[in-house]
Design a protein around this ligand. Structure first.
Ligand code: GRF
Length: 215
């Protein structure tokens, strides 16, 4: 970890296994970043404790304490400003972010979703995939826009759906791939030149463009 490492804040709501995967990849030197703050909207989230065990600063900002989404988000943004976060990683964060929030970090909010988007956005997606009868599912890391699981795709990993999978079986195999995909996506975004073309995230082979500069 160096002082030039990009400061990242992570938003969680639950167990935080993707947060841990990111933190461990950073610790191994695979991502030139440092996690400067973990925020959960759920005070009882197991991920808060896991973050603290890793030596990370972790706080609850419970949405129930605020009268409106805007007030809750303002409190989170104040925390993020306090640690000068440059990237925001959503890792099982179970609330929609407003377009005002997303605009504060243009193309700098990342999410992981347990399906091959645009198939099966939203909730209970492994059950949706099984019910639909797809033979492949997986996970998607994408930049966050104002829509639901709709922003430009950074990276996907596929997982075969087996005939007798339950939603839990499939979720467990997808989660293994999530733990590879999220650190890999973050690494690519920080290390490789890239740009948004239309709704595509395009990575360049050389240093022809900056990180996230317009083409
Ligand atoms: C993951 O499946 C992620 O794709 C989804 O919520 C789950 C969070 O798991 N958005 P964890 O809290 O990172 O363990």
């Amino acid at each position: 970890m160096t002082s030039s490492a990009t400061p990242i804040a992570v938003l969680i709501s639950g167990r935080g296994s993707n947060l841990v995967a990111l933190a461990e990849a950073i610790e191994r030197g695979e991502i030139p970043a440092r996690i400067v703050l973990v925020v959960s909207n759920e005070p009882a989230a197991a991920g808060l404790e896991r973050a603290r065990e890793l030596g990370l600063e972790a706080v609850a900002v419970p949405h129930r304490d605020f009268g409106s989404r805007a007030a809750h988000e303002a409190a989170i943004l104040e925390r993020f400003d306090g640690v000068a976060a440059e990237w925001i990683c959503l890792a099982g964060y179970m609330r929609l972010l407003s377009s005002d929030f997303v605009r504060r970090y243009p193309n700098r909010v990342l999410n992981i979703h347990p399906s091959l988007l645009p198939a099966f956005p939203g909730l209970e997606v492994q059950q949706q995939a099984i019910d639909h009868g797809v033979k492949l599912s997986g996970c998607t890391v994408h930049l966050v826009d104002a829509g639901l699981d709709s922003g430009p795709i950074v990276l996907q990993r596929a997982v075969a759906v087996r005939s007798h999978d339950t939603a839990d079986d499939l979720a467990a195999r997808i989660l293994e791939q999530e733990h590879l995909a999220y650190p890999e996506a973050m690494r690519k975004l920080l290390v490789e030149p890239w740009a948004i073309e239309g709704r595509k995230v395009v990575f360049f082979p050389s240093s022809a463009a900056g990180h996230g500069d317009p083409p």
